[in-house]
Write a protein that binds this ligand. Sequence first.
Ligand SMILES: CC(C)(COP(=O)(O)OP(=O)(O)OC[C@H]1O[C@@H](n2cnc3c(N)ncnc32)[C@H](O)[C@@H]1OP(=O)(O)O)[C@@H](O)C(=O)NCCC(=O)NCCS
Length: 171
Amino acid sequence: MARAFRAMEISIRYMNVHEIIYKTKAASEADIFVHLKECSALFVPDLSAAVDIREYAGKIFHKSVTFEAWVKQRLAGLVAVYCNDVETKSAYITSVSVVRECSGLGIASRLLEMCISYVELNFFTKIVLEVNASNAPAVNLYKKYGFAIFESKESSFLMKLELPAFSELPH
Ligand SMILES: CC(C)(COP(=O)(O)OP(=O)(O)OC[C@H]1O[C@@H](n2cnc3c(N)ncnc32)[C@H](O)[C@@H]1OP(=O)(O)O)[C@@H](O)C(=O)NCCC(=O)NCCS
């Protein structure tokens, strides 16, 4: 019953979200700031308690590659990855967020797929991230894409996705 209700709720929301447009590196620093402010309370713990959101938006804008979901010119979903450590070939996902009204629509999944493809195509061999241990939706999301916990800290997990070396990919 609860499951049927959830499915109905998601399909109604999906109808209201007319069109989701996916882009890479199109968001401005201000778009990222507004999006992170909107999502702040959804993070575990609240993002504003962990970082200065204005500074963090600037860092994401200048140093990361962003994968973005846009709904009616609003940045509704964001995955940001640092992909610049060519020595270790290790990329780092610094942020994943989807605004509350668009959750459960598959947006984070699609953005993560875009991110993984990008990292692979740039010859990186792994992606690392840190997630709060009590953030079940995020931990589930990462496990769905093959990330595995390789270190448990006091309240968080470090997770890693090993990617096949480019030469090992099927032609
Ligand atoms: C975690 C988050 C990014 C998921 O975004 P989303 O677009 O709703 O996720 P999707 O619809 O693509 O769902 C993908 C998977 O995530 C997991 N998931 C998403 N919501 C979930 C929930 N409420 N409970 C349990 N698992 C959930 C599931 O494994 C789901 O796969 P499934 O649909 O096949 O079961 C979103 O809830 C969010 O922005 N949270 C706040 C910010 C945050 O905590 N970011 C992570 C920081 S490390």
